[in-house]
Design a binder for this molecule. Structure first.
Ligand code: HEM
Length: 350
């Protein structure tokens, strides 16, 4: 379809969205066009202005607001949180840690189902189809088990909500995998960070058993940290990444507050747990907190190492960002070799 025809299409859709900014069905064709051609294609057109006008004069539903916000700044690379759009799912991250854990697993299950369906529909072709299918199946199974396969208390308002945050900047197909993996990771990190902050509060008030409840689900959530990177490795080709990189130079995940704050929050919990003010009756609970915290910290470290290996795999050496990270650690590769063996063993026993 020519750019002019796409422009006409979008202008027609925009008029409908302006007429009823709460009708997701009206906005869906716009999202489909963006998933196909990328947001960057809309830059400096009347559509950006129309989107900005609807945003300033009407009160669209949050998911539609997110789409219009991206259209209104088309041509400018968005900051990380607007690029991923995961803020839309903040309501999944409040409440008892058991519910947050289930909600997060439920959301990850939906995001992985969406990726599996898009691979089947050839919206993108995984660089290693066989291993992508295995990794996706394994990931889906983990999320289904963690969400107890039952719908949690917090649900999606509509399927459109999940689709509305899949707004690639480019038309490069691999960006679909990259975006979904970023969203999975950021939701999981945000959930873990919320649990760590709550545990810190309970510890400062010497409430060992309440702290343990949060640290327990923090550890369980952390066990899901590295898995999405496997989908990235098996789904996104280095060619697509190299073509895509220039479109998303600005929204680097270094802007994500979650992993960095989580790492600091874990160190703070560890520091407080060693304080001598605990009552003797709390000693067994405090010991359990320490053990679970150590495992959560190990899972975050494993993610950091795997992420370094991913950055080296996709960027190679010699780029400032990757060199900066490689100086921090190079063990990630070992992690993948170990997980490959695990996955091969798993597929042999299924
Ligand atoms: C193609 C895949 C990826 C590549 C090549 C990559 C590369 C990089 C690089 C080079 C940096 C250093 C900062 C910079 O120069 O921007 C970085 C930082 C970071 N990336 Fe990635 N990344 C990838 C995927 C991901 C994913 C899926 C996440 C998940 C949220 C992620 C999270 C982060 C975080 C949190 C930082 C900051 C690290 C820190 O503070 O030490 N990255 N990444």
């Amino acid at each position: 379809m020519s750019d002019e025809a796409i422009d006409r299409d979008i202008s027609r859709i925009m008029r409908k969205v302006a007429a009823d900014p709460n009708d997701e069905a009206m906005c869906e064709p716009l999202v489909d066009l963006i998933i196909e051609g990328g947001v960057h294609k809309l830059h400096s057109t009347a559509n950006c202005l129309q989107a900005a006008e609807i945003l300033s004069n009407r009160h669209p539903l949050p998911a539609i607001r997110h789409v219009l916000l991206r259209v209104s700044i088309a041509g400018e690379q968005p900051p990380y949180d607007i690029y991923t759009g995961v803020k839309l799912f903040r309501r999944f991250l409040s409440g008892h840690p058991r519910e947050v854990y289930r909600n997060t697993a439920y959301l990850m299950r939906l995001l992985s189902e969406d990726l599996i369906e898009r691979a089947h529909a050839q919206h993108f072709v995984p660089c290693d189809s066989e291993r992508f299918a295995l990794a996706a199946k394994d990931f889906w199974r983990r999320c289904a088990e963690a969400s107890c396969s039952a719908a949690p208390h917090v649900l999606l308002r509509s399927n459109f909500e999940l689709k509305a945050i899949l707004l690639p900047e480019s038309s490069i197909r691999g960006e679909i995998v990259f975006m979904r993996v970023l969203q999975m990771q950021d939701v999981t990190f945000a959930a873990a960070l919320g649990m760590a902050k709550a545990a810190n509060r309970w510890i400062r008030f010497s409430e060992a058993s309440s702290a343990l409840t949060y640290i327990d689900f923090l550890e369980r959530t952390s066990s899901h940290f590295a898995a999405p990177l496997r989908l990235l490795l098996r789904g996104l080709g280095t060619g697509d990444w190299r073509a895509l990189r220039d479109f998303i130079e600005y929204p680097s995940a270094i802007q994500s507050p979650h992993p960095g704050e989580l790492s600091m929050s874990l160190k703070q919990i560890e520091r407080y747990l060693t304080h001598k003010r605990w009552q003797s009756r709390d000693s067994a609970t405090v010991e359990l907190c320490k053990q679970k915290l150590e495992r959560a910290a190990k899972n975050l470290e494993a993610w950091t190492k795997a992420h370094t290996a991913i950055a080296l795999h996709f960027n190679g050496r010699g780029l400032p960002g990757t060199d900066w990270m490689e100086e921090q650690t190079l063990a990630g590769t070992a992690l993948f070799q170990r997980q490959d063996a695990e996955l091969d063993h798993y597929s042999d026993t299924q």
